[in-house]
Write a protein that binds this ligand. Structure first.
Ligand SMILES: Cc1ncc(C[n+]2csc(CCOP(=O)(O)OP(=O)(O)O)c2C)c(N)n1
Length: 558
């Protein structure tokens, strides 16, 4: 063999190392045997999950907390199709993820070969970009491009499908130093005239509100945001994805807005005369009826993705740009605005309409979340699954730092939380990672208990167990006259026993007074731990604005 020749699979591993990848999440199979062979002696850590969906969500969780690109691997056919939810999930939440899939050999593509699925075609609508490599000489450039596209501009998921013969072919390794994609140049700087217009609008506004989303976190712009909000003295509300972009214990924070947002956040938006929409997309869970969102307000929308601007609402001052750069452009230009009347009004709404629940009776899920929130002296990362528990976590956990609250926002994928918490803990081994899950969501990726055990990934699993697919049950209660069609679990496993079967300790908690001690016990051991909180089965998430309604059209308290 001539020197300098390498197998495609070895080249893949070289590029992963060049890209600084320190961990991979994956699951092997026939079409990736060459790649796994090349990984055998490679210093990159590999976490073997128990399902490819677990690998994709774990890589996603890792990316969310570290800001680096998460990488997952799956084989062709069923391995690749098992990644689809994870690809869609990461892409909808603008998370940088690269998925490497094996494909059947190039000569057999299109023959309905064993374990052949057109993952390139399947993944087009759920990724930012995707590739099927047809020539081994394209490997290096394609992989470099995949990482570049995943992490730049509006981040997202990128899939690279690599036929088995390409992994096996020997070629000469040619380094690619710089990635240049002629048609892809994300705009970083806001247009100076638009920036001027934004500054003028802020100066004359009497009732401004910043409406902030995940773009500020993925853009690394939280310091710039904090400086701007404080100097301009503007109240701020965040989306679920924006939690952590600004400390929620600051007096200017209104918490989360939208369907299950705080009343005072929604009132502030409704009565505002200037909305500064930063790294958000006016999602329908935030702005149900866009006409009733902020009827008196001028809207400034800053986003790196031009496709988001004007998508759901008409914008008065559109600014395409990177949030860190744009907020840098306005830094120090607005100072000393008092806004006493507006801030007093907001303080009054906060006093009149706090988040609340009835504490008496059975163990309340909100109380469990309040106890999680009371955990002190620890650097916490909270991951959630999807459902009522997710909304209670968003409402009751005061998030102060970016990349410490991770949740499936856009796709709302049950099953995300637990594997994502595993990825988060791998990315941040020094932090305490807690996952808030539901009895429904947890069962969607329960097999990852084996992954947590194998690598002793010490995530603390809190199951808010109400015996229902609670969020759907809540809608059935409200809109289907309590016809609970297929939302009651007549059987649930004993989660603690299941955990024990995987070698993981756990506890059932039924009473309020047991909550804090159980959490303390979980935190005291350097291992994964599961707490099965048996909560009031028919508790509802409140407040609530029904789907498609105006931001202040709350359902009466229930
Ligand atoms: C994969 C997937 N399937 C279905 C849904 C629809 N859905 C949204 S919330 C929910 C209930 C979740 O139940 P659970 O995890 O027990 O949480 P709870 O709402 O009870 O807190 C369902 C079924 C979804 N979001 N994701």
């Amino acid at each position: 063999m001539s020197s300098g020749m390498k197998k495609g699979s070895e080249i893949i591993v070289d590029v992963l190392q060049e890209e600084g990848v320190d961990v991979l999440f994956g699951f092997p199979g026939g079409a990736v045997i060459p790649l796994y062979d090349a990984l055998y002696h490679c210093p990159i850590r590999h976490i073997l999950t128990r399902h490819e969906q677990g690998a994709a969500h774990a890589a996603d969780g890792y990316a969310r907390v570290t800001g680096k690109v998460g990488v997952c691997i799956a084989t062709s056919g069923p391995g690749a199709t098992n990644l689809v939810t994870g690809l869609a999930n990461a892409n909808m939440d603008s998370v940088p993820l690269v998925a490497l899939t094996g494909q059947v050999a190039t000569s057999t593509i299109g023959n309905d070969s064993f374990q052949e699925a057109d993952i390139y075609g399947i993944s087009i609508p759920v990724t930012k970009y995707n590739y099927l490599i047809k020539d081994p000489n394209d490997l290096v450039r394609t992989l470099k491009e995949a990482f570049y596209i995943a992490r730049t501009g509006r981040p997202g998921s990128v899939l690279v499908d690599i036929p088995k013969d390409i992994q096996e072919t020997r070629i000469k390794y040619k380094a690619v130093k710089e990635v240049r994609i002629p048609s892809y140049h994300p705009t970083m700087k806001g247009h100076p005239r638009q920036i001027e217009a934004m500054l003028r609008a802020i100066k004359v506004a009497e009732r401004p509100v910043a409406y902030v989303g995940g773009g500020v976190i993925s853009g690394g712009a939280t310091d710039e945001l904090g400086a701007f909000i404080h100097s301009a003295n503007i109240p701020i509300t965040t989306t679920l994805m924006g939690k952590g972009s600004f400390p929620e214990d600051d007096t200017l924070s209104l918490g989360m807005l939208g369907m299950h947002g705080t009343r005072y956040a929604n009132y502030s938006i409704y009565h505002s005369d200037l909305i500064l929409a930063l790294g958000v997309r006016f999602d329908d869970r935030v702005a149900g009826d866009v006409k009733k969102f902020a009827p008196q307000a001028k809207i400034v929308h800053v986003d790196i993705d031009p496709a988001e601007i004007g998508k759901r609402v008409n914008v008065d001052i559109p600014i395409v740009g990177d949030l860190k750069t744009v907020l840098g452009q306005i830094q120090g230009k607005i100072k000393g605005i008092e806004r006493k009347k507006w801030l007093d009004q907001i303080a009054q709404w906060k006093k009149d309409y706090p988040l609340h629940y009835i504490k008496e009776g059975e163990l309340k899920p909100q109380y469990v979340l309040e106890c999680v929130n009371a955990i002190k002296n620890r650097d916490l990362i909270v991951a959630t699954d999807v459902g009522q528990h997710q909304m209670w976590a968003a409402q009751y956990i005061t998030t102060k730092k970016p990349r410490t609250f991770i949740s499936s926002g856009g796709l709302g994928a049950m099953g995300f939380g637990f594997p994502a918490s595993i990825g988060a803990q791998v990315g941040c081994p020094e932090k305490t990672v807690i996952v808030i899950s539901g009895d429904g969501s947890f069962q969607m990726n329960i097999q990852e208990l084996a992954t947590a055990r194998t690598y002793n990934i010490p995530v603390k699993i809190c199951i808010i167990n109400n015996g229902y697919l609670g969020m759907v049950r809540q809608w059935q209660e409200m809109f289907c006259n309590k016809r609970y069609s297929q939302t009651h679990f007549e059987f649930n496993p004993e989660f603690v026993k299941v955990a024990e079967g995987y070698g993981i300790k756990g506890k059932v908690v039924r009473k309020s007074e047991e909550v804090l001690p159980a959490l303390e016990e979980a935190l005291s051991i350097p291992e994964p731990y599961l707490i099965d909180f048996r909560v009031a089965p028919e508790e509802n998430v409140s407040p609530m604005v029904p789907s498609g309604k105006g931001i202040c059209e709350f359902i009466e308290e229930f």
